[in-house]
Design a protein around this ligand. Structure first.
Ligand SMILES: O=C(NC/C=C/[C@H]1O[C@@H](n2cnc3cncnc32)[C@H](O)[C@@H]1O)c1cc([N+](=O)[O-])cc(O)c1O
Ligand SMILES: [Mg+2]
Length: 206
């Protein structure tokens, strides 16, 4: 995938990096990037929220990191957590190829360890937007952890990938029944396939 980016994408051009990855995953080898269809929904939410602080859980190869960072205002900060060193190494190169390293802080480590350190380590008070795309059984515990650590403020947006496929039943049940969130489901398809999937957008009500 990285070779495809370096061969087919233009340095400093995030859209060409996104296009190169999508082409590679359609033609050569499926990979678990959010993809172009759900990616357009992600883009519209990022544009609507226009966040100053973003947290991404699960960088993987940096596809959604590049999509999000390319839409952020100049002073905005995107922190992305990835605990697999191999994926992190690839993602750093993908983000650099897109010319977005100044907007992105890729932290190698587990979300459960790093969420409690956001204030002290990065001076983050609260996140305007959180994109959840890591192990599906981590969505709920990490959301509760973010609540406990006071990282969500009235109006913070959580956007969760894969709420249908592979599915995040415990997270959906919690977020849709909690009086502290207002949720909306965006129906779509699993990346590069015709299988149904979707994004759940939830506003924290404080
Ligand atoms: O399983 C999926 N995603 C899990 C993604 C996991 C990525 O997040 C990291 N991670 C995990 N917990 C972490 C905790 N802290 C930091 N990084 C972490 C993993 O090292 C990996 O890079 C998935 C699967 C399908 N699928 O069709 O099967 C489709 C999708 O869109 C998916 O997102
Ligand atoms: Mg996903």
């Amino acid at each position: 995938m990285l070779a495809a980016v370096q061969k087919n994408a233009t340095r400093g051009d995030p859209r060409s990096v996104v296009k190169a990855i999508d082409q590679f995953c359609r033609q050569k080898e499926w990979a678990m990037n959010v993809g172009d269809e759900k990616g357009c929904i992600l883009d519209s939410v990022v544009t609507e929220v226009n966040p100053a602080t973003v947290l991404e859980l699960g960088t993987y190869c940096g596809y959604s990191t590049v999509r999000i960072a390319s839409l952020l205002p100049s002073n905005a900060k995107l922190i992305t957590l990835e605990f697999n060193p191999d994926y992190a190494a690839i993602a750093r190169q993908v983000i650099a190829w897109a010319g977005l390293e100044d907007k992105v802080q890729l932290v190698e480590g587990a979300s459960g360890d790093w969420i409690p350190k956001m204030k002290e380590k990065f001076g983050i008070e609260t996140f305007d937007l959180v994109f959840l795309d890591h192990w599906k059984d981590r969505y709920l515990p990490d959301t509760k952890l973010m609540e406990e650590c006071g990282l969500l403020r009235k109006g913070s947006i959580l956007l969760a990938d894969n709420v249908i496929c592979p599915g995040t039943p415990d997270y959906l049940e919690y977020i849709r029944n909690s009086p502290r969130y207002k949720s909306q489901y965006f129906k779509s398809h699993l990346e590069y396939t015709k299988v149904e999937d979707g994004l759940e957008k939830s506003v924290f009500l404080g």
